[in-house]
Design a protein around this ligand. Structure first.
Ligand SMILES: Cc1cc2nc3c(=O)[nH]c(=O)nc-3n(C[C@H](O)[C@H](O)[C@H](O)COP(=O)(O)O)c2cc1C
Length: 176
């Protein structure tokens, strides 16, 4: 993209004010998770969901060896949880000692404070010519209709001032 167009593109994306998600996963006895703004349904029949993980993140590192992921849609009130998963990195600390969670399918951590979520099986985790890799999920377990009905999602605007634990131009092994 032309450098002049980048600020306008960032403003346009921010104006969409997407709902935020927290993705968690586990591989062996390791757990990881991060705040994500890049995620979307990408199939109807069969249902599919895509999440884009920064290749700089600890979550990407663990996710490459994982089969199952939980995609949580935190309520607007859970700013502290968003800060934990968006500003801290599993490279330096265990986020799961600092929040309530329960092991789900395949021991994927399910965050107690974010009951609107689904668990998905990874179908593909690919890289493109970008700093985020696309993870495609097949939903296998979804939160109850009651939880969804009463839910007010956290949106980008509420967390736009957080400082991500890893800058998108980092690469694992060089700075993470
Ligand atoms: C507002 C906001 C949106 C973010 N969106 C994404 C995203 O879509 N994908 C991603 O991989 N990281 C995203 N991040 C960055 C990670 O959440 C952050 O670097 C985190 O500390 C990584 O943790 P980890 O190294 O333990 O995986 C976002 C951070 C913030 C503050």
């Amino acid at each position: 993209m032309d450098a002049d167009a980048a600020p306008g593109f960032a403003r346009l994306m921010a104006a969409l004010d997407p709902a935020m998600a927290i993705v968690t996963t586990a591989a062996g006895d390791e757990r990881s998770g991060c705040l994500v703004g890049f995620h979307s349904q990408c199939g109807i029949d069969p249902p599919r969901y895509a999440v884009w993980l920064s290749v700089a993140n600890h979550t990407y590192d663990i996710g490459r060896r994982a089969e199952l992921f939980a995609v949580h849609f935190p309520p607007a009130t859970e700013i502290a949880l968003a800060r934990l998963f968006g500003e801290d990195t599993g490279d330096d600390m265990d986020k799961f000692t600092r929040c309530g969670w329960t092991p789900g399918p395949g021991d994927v951590p399910l965050l107690d404070a974010s009951p609107v979520r689904f668990v998905g099986r990874a179908l593909a985790l690919g890289t493109v010519d970008a700093d985020h890799a696309c993870l495609v999920l097949e939903p296998i377990e979804v939160s109850s209709a009651d939880a969804v009905a009463q839910f007010n999602p956290m949106r980008f605007d509420a967390v736009a001032d957080l400082h991500a634990g890893h800058a998108p131009d980092e690469r694992r092994g060089t700075s993470g």
